[in-house]
Design a protein around this ligand. Sequence first.
Ligand code: MLC
Ligand code: AMP
Length: 490
Amino acid sequence: MNIYARFEAAFQDAADAPALLCPGREDWTHGRLVEEVGRAARALDARQVGVGDRVLVQIEKTPEAVALYLACLKTGAVYVPINTAYTKPEVEYFIADCEPALFVAGSDFDAGVPVATLDGVGGGTLLGSVSEDPVAPGSVARADDDLAAIIYTSGTTGRAKGAMLTHANLISNAETLCQAWGWRDDDVLLHALPIFHVHGLFVALHCAFLNATPVVFHSRFDAEAIIRDLPGSTVMMGVPTFYTRLVREPAFDAAACAHMRLFISGSAPLTEQAFAAFEERTGFPILERYGMSETLMNTSNPLHGERVAGTVGFALPGVDVRIADPAGRPLPTGEVGSIEVRGPNVFKGYWRMPERTAEEFRGDGFFVTGDLGTMDAEGRVTIVGRDKDLVISGGYNIYPKEVETLIDEIPEVLESAVIGVPHADFGEGVVAVVVTRGQVDEERVDAHLQGRLARYKQPKRVIRVDELPRNAMGKVQKNVLRRKYADILA
Ligand code: MLC
Ligand code: AMP
C-alpha cells in the first residue's frame, strides 16, 4: 500500500475544501494539492527519478515543498529531507551517503549529482519547466517493506545515520495517532514546525492528510502569528519551546484558545513548570507524547484521562514498550532502565549500516532507544535521562561528538567537551569546555565552526579550563561539567 494513495483518496473526497492555508499566500484546496502533487511527480519523472531513487531535499517550508514530498511518495522515490540550517560540508556528507538521483536545494548547489531548485516562494528550476497535464499518473504500488523516506539522525560517533522508514511504518503510526488523539472531521491543524523532521512532517501532516484536515501552514514559528490564527484552529503540535514562548506573550490566554481542543508537545522534555504555567494560563493540560526518528511515536498521554506532567504516557496501541537492563531483560515496575520498543512503527534499519542496525536491536526485535526511563504499574512511562550523549536544544538534536571533533581541529585546542546545560528558551543549550595551548577565545572557536556546522549546533558559550574532570577510567565526567555550568545559560 502506497501511503499517498490513502491521502489522495481523502483529498479527492474533499476536493473543494481547504488543504493548506498559508498566511500571505493563496490558499490551496485539496483538489489543487492533488494537481500540484501531479505536477511535482511529472517534474521527478522528467529528471529520470525512478522507484527507490533517493531525492535529497533542503528547501524552505512552502506548499510546493509539501507537494514535492507527496510526489516522492506517489512515485515510489525515497524522500530524504535535511535541515535548512546545514552548511555545505554537512550537506556534502548526506549527498555522499544517500547518493541521491536528485538533490532539490533552495538555490543552486555544486553537488556532483543532478540538482534542481525550489525556493521559498515555490519558484526555481524544479517545477519551472513542467508541462500542464490535467491527468495525474497513478500512485506506484508499494509493498509494506518498501522505503518511503530516510530521516538522518546523528550518532554518538558524530556520523549521521539514515533511519529507513517504510510506507507501512508511516501508515500504521498515522492511523494509531489519529485514533489516540480522537481526530475529528472539523479539526483544523495549526502547523508551525519545520517539515524536515518526523514531528512536523509525519506526525503533524499525516494526521491531517489521512482526514483531509485543513492545515494552517506557517513557514516558521512566530508566537504572534500563532495567537492570530488560534481562533480558526483546533489542534496544535509543537516542541516545548513553542509553548514556553507562547506563555511569555501577554495576549496568550484562555480566550485566545477558546476554539482549540488539543495542544500536543514532543521531541524534547516538557518540564512540569512549563506544563503548569500553560495550564494555568489557558486551562489546557498539554498532551505530551514521546517518539524518535527511528520509531515514530511510541507513547502518549491520554486524550481522555489524566495527563501527568513530566511523563510521556502509555504505549500507543500496537506498540510494545519495555524498560530493560543493559542485557535487554525486562526490569521490575518502577526501576530505571533502557526504554526499548517494538512494533509496526519501528524502522527497517540504518541506511547502509547493517552492523549499527544489528547493534541497536535485541534478538527479540526490540529497538534500544538510548533513552532511560521507568514504567509504573499502570504502564505510564517517565523519561528520566539519556543513555546517549545527546543535547536536545529547541527540539533539535545535537551530538556533542560532532561538535568536539570540529573544535579539536583548531591547532591550539588540546581537547574539548561539549555539553548541554539548561537554557531558558531552548530547554538545553550547547556549551563547549576547552583545554587550550595558548590563547583561544570564543571568537576563534566561532570562526572555525562558521560555515562548517549549522548555527544551532554551535556553542552558545565557550569556556577555557586548565583540565577536564576525568574518572578513574580516564573518561571525561560530563555530569561534573553540567553541574558546574548549570546556570551559565539560564
Ligand atoms: C534556532 N537557533 C537555535 C535553535 N533554533 N539554537 C539552538 N537550538 C535551536 N533549536 C538559533 C539560530 O541558529 C540563530 O542563531 C538564532 O537561534 C535565531 O534563529 P531563528 O531561526 O530565528 O530561531 P527561531 O525561529 O526562533 O527557532 C527556534 C525554534 C526552532 C524553537 C522555533 O528551533 C524550531 O522550530 N524547532 C523545532 C525543531 C523540531 O521540529 N524538532 C522535531 C525533531 S523530530 P544566531 O546565533 O545565528 O542568531 C523528533 C522526534 C519527535 O525529535 O519525538 O518528535
Ligand atoms: P530524534 O533523533 O530527533 O528523532 O529525537 C528523538 C529523541 O528525542 C528521543 O530519543 C528522546 O530522547 C527525545 N524525545 C522525544 N520526545 C520526547 C519527550 N516527550 N520527552 C523527552 N524526550 C523526548
